[in-house]
Design a protein around this ligand. Sequence first.
Ligand code: ATP
Length: 416
Amino acid sequence: MPSIADALRSTLGAAQLDVAQRLASACEELGCQAYIVGGTVRDALLGLPAADLDVTVVSPPDDFPNRVAAFLGARLIMASQFGTAKLEKEGSTLDLVMARSERYRSPGALPDVTAGSLDDDLTRRDFAINAMAASLDAAKWGELVDPHGGRRDLELGLVRALHERSFQDDATRILRAARYASRFGFRLDAETAKQIERSGGYLVSISPDRFKHELERVFEESRVSSAIELLSEWEMLGLTGGDFVYDETSWSGFAEACAVGSSERRLVGWGVFSLCFQTVRSSGIALRWKLDHDASMVSMDALKLRERLRVSDLNNLAPSGQVALLENYSPYAVLAFQLSTRDGTTNDALDEYRTKLTSIRPDLDGHDVIALGVPRGPRVGEALQMLKNARLDRTVESRNDETLLVRQFVTKLDQE
Ligand code: ATP
């Protein structure tokens, strides 16, 4: 493994390095120390490009956020009572966190936070691989601080919690463990695996918001399928025993079909997740995790669609009938259901619906049908629907055919 100083130089972008170095000078001036921490150090040692620059400041003076912003000529966007601040300069943002110590009063509750030393700050973290720091001080630039053996774990490919109460304090770490294990192809340290086994019950103690947030981060992993498989093997995802069934095909299909970072990824993720539950009511997932409006719609529609297609076979319907049925459901839910279905002909019908049928429109529009004699009002909608169905079922194939059909419609109306 490279030295952390070399690793940071090669994995941080020039702009991030520049910000980090200027921040270090600001800290020196203000009598405190800055360290790159967490995922940034981990990824540098793994030779992966840094997504964010995580910086922790030890012993910041009073009013540090304002003073450092002034020193850097940056704008202070946010400073919280928990010692976090966000600065903006020339369009890029920098997140600062003051080194802190945390104490958990009860499982799942938010911790009491106080200012702390670098050691405190590293000890409050989730896994040894995320509990390393690299100094930004000019005199000891890039010196690695690794009190928990994170570098060794990276070499061994291990996800290891820092203490035995870690998952009781914060059960979202179970989801995080699955994320890192699958992302890096690491295994759980044996003791950590036992702790997770004992701590599943604590997942109910965390707020729906925190669970949702971490699960949505799982959806964003490119190896989401193996992260969900791990969580399922550890029995962390059921509402009641055994009702969550991991399905490799759905999750691999999902990872391929929805781009990381797209809104589709998040929403279809909730649909696929909901469909892994075998016996849940249609609103069960949305209510349990207090999903937002869009995710609730997808979750409920996916489950309702599954029920509906248990009794109606899409393949017995003409294309217009398929569209009439499926357009009542969110398109994200239709995709989620398609990913989860094992029936080849249903899969083909859903694929055809999503990729072709939804974009089929008649040539004639409302003005055209009025010009052909359809009276203004609800009859216009009826005529357009008739044309759309005829297009879908291929009983008309040209503008001329459509015109003839509208004329027949008008004649019938005149006879009524
Ligand atoms: P990723 O690459 O997934 O974003 P990251 O390491 O940047 O990984 P973040 O969720 O951004 O992860 O958190 C930043 C750091 O904060 C982590 O590296 C970890 O040290 C710490 N951390 C985050 N969440 C927790 C938690 N629930 N418990 C303890 N430490 C945490």
